[in-house]
Design a protein around this ligand. Structure first.
Ligand code: FAD
Ligand code: FES
Length: 257
């Protein structure tokens, strides 16, 4: 059973706008972690008892470090942004099921919307073959250079047209029509639904990482349950994003809930 443990902050800097780049020393978690998993980060404050789930952007097993890219949206992430280098935070992980990787697949489409982009970096580092990422943003796409540096083809779509294609990631994909054996996506639910419906039309399997609102983050409260179709039936079941996910097959998610 995983235990809450202490991690040391090695870096915690503003990356762009209200997004922060944190690197923590957590060798035991780094050792078992895989792409698509997340950690629960605790504030240690009595008025913020619930953990904040954050995806693993990079895992460095040799150095025992994890990289987290997080957006300041509320009290918890605001608190994290104030933590200095060399201070400690409590974490639990690595949690959830990561992405399924099939070594026979040679063409991969990655889709990241907004703060759903970070887990795609560790995933890209673990895939072999041609990798094309579609990054969706309001105006400032993140991690573009870092994907390019590891040989990933990058296409950007922005809401305001200030960078890349003016439109959604789906507009960009439909324009470029890339080849793929597998699609992996993380971002807002509306984006995951749209790309899953497109993937079904073009008959390419898609894995979606659901960033549902969580409470306990460890499978104890059903606060993060979503409806998933049962295999080979018309029935469905409630599964927990924190424990059974966060990665699910796109064609198994019941989207209109
Ligand atoms: C599997 C997973 C991975 C995630 N990865 C990232 C990431 O890599 N980078 C990043 O910036 N954000 C990520 N998020 C979203 C992040 O967890 C929330 O933005 C964060 O918990 C908000 O906390 P807060 O205290 O600042 O906001 P508040 O709104 O004050 O939070 C109040 C409570 O609601 C919960 N909550 C609020 N928003 C979310 C949310 N979107 N998902 C889950 N719980 C939420 C918080 O845990 C907290 O308990 C992820 C969410 C999930 C479920
Ligand atoms: S957040 Fe409590 S079960 Fe998932």
């Amino acid at each position: 059973m995983k235990k809450i443990e202490q991690a040391t902050i090695l870096k915690n800097e503003c990356y762009v706008n209200n997004i922060y780049d944190m690197v923590i020393f957590a060798p035991e978690v780094a050792n078992i972690a895989k792409s698509g998993q997340f950690i629960n980060v605790y504030t240690g404050k009595s008025d913020m008892i619930l953990p904040r789930p954050i995806s693993l952007c990079e895992i460095n097993k040799e150095e025992g470090t994890l990289r987290l890219l997080y957006q300041v949206v509320g009290k918890g992430t605001q608190y994290f942004s104030t933590l200095p280098k060399k201070s400690n935070i409590q974490i639990l992980g690595a949690l959830g099921n990561g992405f399924y990787i099939d070594e026979n697949h040679k063409n991969h489409i990655l889709i990241g919307g907004g703060i759903g982009v970070p887990p795609m970096l560790e995933l890209a580092k673990n895939l072999q073959g041609n990798i094309h990422i579609f990054i969706g943003a309001k105006s400032d796409p993140i991690l573009v250079k870092e994907f390019q540096e590891i040989g990933v083809t990058v296409t950007i779509a922005t809401d305001d047209g200030s960078c890349g294609i003016h439109g959604t990631v789906l507009d960009a994909i439909q324009k470029e029509q890339p080849l793929a054996d597998m699609i992996y996506a993380c971002g807002p639910k509306v984006m995951l639904k749209a790309v899953s419906e497109w993937a079904e039309q073009v008959q390419i399997p898609i894995q979606v990482s659901m960033e549902e609102r969580m409470a306990c983050g460890i499978g104890a409260c059903v606060g993060c349950a979503i409806k998933i179709k049962k295999k080979n039936t018309n029935d469905w079941e409630n599964l927990k994003v924190c424990k059974d996910g966060p990665v699910f097959w796109g064609n198994e998610v019941i989207w209109n809930e």
